[in-house]
Design a protein around this ligand. Structure first.
Ligand code: CMP
Length: 149
């Protein structure tokens, strides 16, 4: 199934120099990069992104974490990219994420888990609309079309 997902490298991932490594994993898997920017968001924006979690006890800390520095916001496209992207990322809690996954390899704390990926196609759509209101890149070359067949 052709899909798009929203992937965000969180401030700890950017500050620790993991951007290239993380992008490389999605590239080498064969997914297509459709959107990419480095942005520092404000509180209101972070609260919007995590609106579903506003009742959680960690919500405030989560928002402060996300606004603490630049994040890399991305759109990746490909077959089953939502579910497969979450496999590449690993379980939310790094204590449970398998070695070989991004969180399994690079994180130890659920409050500093390096990366976010949409949990479903529909939330991906919403997140892409929120983070990329200007739209995303158009691929004109047929170079990558074999991935979709
Ligand atoms: P993410 O995939 O971005 O989705 C929601 C985020 O909330 C999650 O990754 C973590 O960063 C954060 N989160 C979830 N549970 C907890 C928790 N128990 N304590 C702190 N942060 C959490």
């Amino acid at each position: 199934k052709m899909e798009q997902t929203f992937i965000m490298i969180k401030p700890d991932g950017v500050q620790r120099g993991l951007v290239g490594e993380i992008i490389g994993r999605f590239e080498k898997k064969g997914f297509t990069l459709k959107g990419l920017k480095l942005v520092t968001v404000d509180r209101a924006f972070a609260e919007k992104h995590y609106a579903d979690l506003s009742a959680k006890p960690f919500f405030n800390g989560l928002v402060e974490y996300i606004v603490s520095g630049p994040v890399v916001a991305m759109v990746w496209e490909g077959k089953n990219v939502v579910a497969t992207g979450r496999k590449i990322i690993g379980a939310t809690n790094p204590a449970e994420s398998a070695p070989g996954t991004i969180r399994g390899d690079y994180a130890i704390d659920i409050g500093r888990n390096v990366i976010h990926g949409s949990d479903a196609v529909e939330s991906g759509r919403k997140e892409i609309a929120l983070w990329f209101p200007e739209g995303i890149a158009e691929w004109r070359s047929s170079l990558h079309s074999w991935i979709y067949e």
